[in-house]
Design a protein around this ligand. Sequence first.
Ligand SMILES: Cc1cc2nc3c(=O)[nH]c(=O)nc-3n(C[C@H](O)[C@H](O)[C@H](O)COP(=O)(O)O)c2cc1C
Length: 338
Amino acid sequence: MKLNRIEIEHPFILAPMAGITNSPFRRLLREYGSSVMISELVSANGIEYASDRTFDLLKFHESERPLGLQIFGEDEENLVKACQFVEKQGANFVDLNLGCPVPKVVKKGAGSAMCRNPLALGKILDAMVKSVKIPVTIKIRTGWDANTRNAVEIVRMAADVGVNWVAIHGRTRAQGYSGDADWDFIGEVKAKSPLPIIGNGDVCTPEQAVERYRTYGVDAVMIGRGALRNPFLFEQSVALLNGTTSAPVTAERFLELFAKQRRYLSETFNEKGALLHARKFLAWYSSGYPGSADFRKKVFHIPTEQELWDTSDAFFSVALRSRDMSYLSEPFLMGGHG
Ligand SMILES: Cc1cc2nc3c(=O)[nH]c(=O)nc-3n(C[C@H](O)[C@H](O)[C@H](O)COP(=O)(O)O)c2cc1C
């Protein structure tokens, strides 16, 4: 299927998440089914000032394609330069973060604050689109607060200046991560939109992913936190959509996924960095399994990578035999950059 100029295999997409959707995790989940990859947000000002940390965030592996690098900022000149840098890096598209609710970002006028002034934003987006050949996409929230849900206006303006698609997290900036994502509202925006719309928010199961896709007429469904508790969510959603069955998640398949993640982490980070990332992911993956609370406590004190993976292999080999699926709907990670 084609979402404007970007071709994707199916409509289920991993959401960008700072500190999470780094290159090793994107490689992993591209392999396990997400049809597109988008990096975490990267500062356009940081690119301009050439910080090493920023450049590290912009590295990617060929197997992640189609891949977009997400930028944020408030300064037109730096955003244009960042688009050109992303293009030079070889990404397939550049995504602008217009949903970040974090005070430090919003105070400068970046992230979700940019949607408060559609006219000024339109001028910046126009300059960004004109500055590169690759498509420019945006990710927004429904609006600033309950009284100013201007997503329809933003989408129309984005269409006028040639943006490729709009991803919408179904909450206002004022909501942060509280309340539920408003899929009825996302459906209304889609019905009035000349552009492909990607709906996002609170999708945790394959049933929800397919239901949101079919009910709200969106062009694709973006899944963030749900994929951290179930990295098989994309292949399961595709199978459900197509009326086929996905392979059961056996201990062997889970351990195979870990082994790949371990390899990708160690190819990207030094031992300490790989260990820090591995602990986080293992803690998320373990939720809902018998003994997971003890496992999580243990994981954060294990000093070496080898010991960590050995402990995890032992835990999951047994734990995977029974899982309480109600854990999937428990809220977690109630904060982020979009
Ligand atoms: C820890 C965390 C970090 C996030 N970082 C980003 C980011 O860098 N860029 C962005 O556009 N959205 C970011 N988000 C927002 C997600 O992309 C998504 O819109 C939000 O989590 C709702 O989707 P979900 O309910 O499927 O998780 C982040 C969310 C979380 C939880």
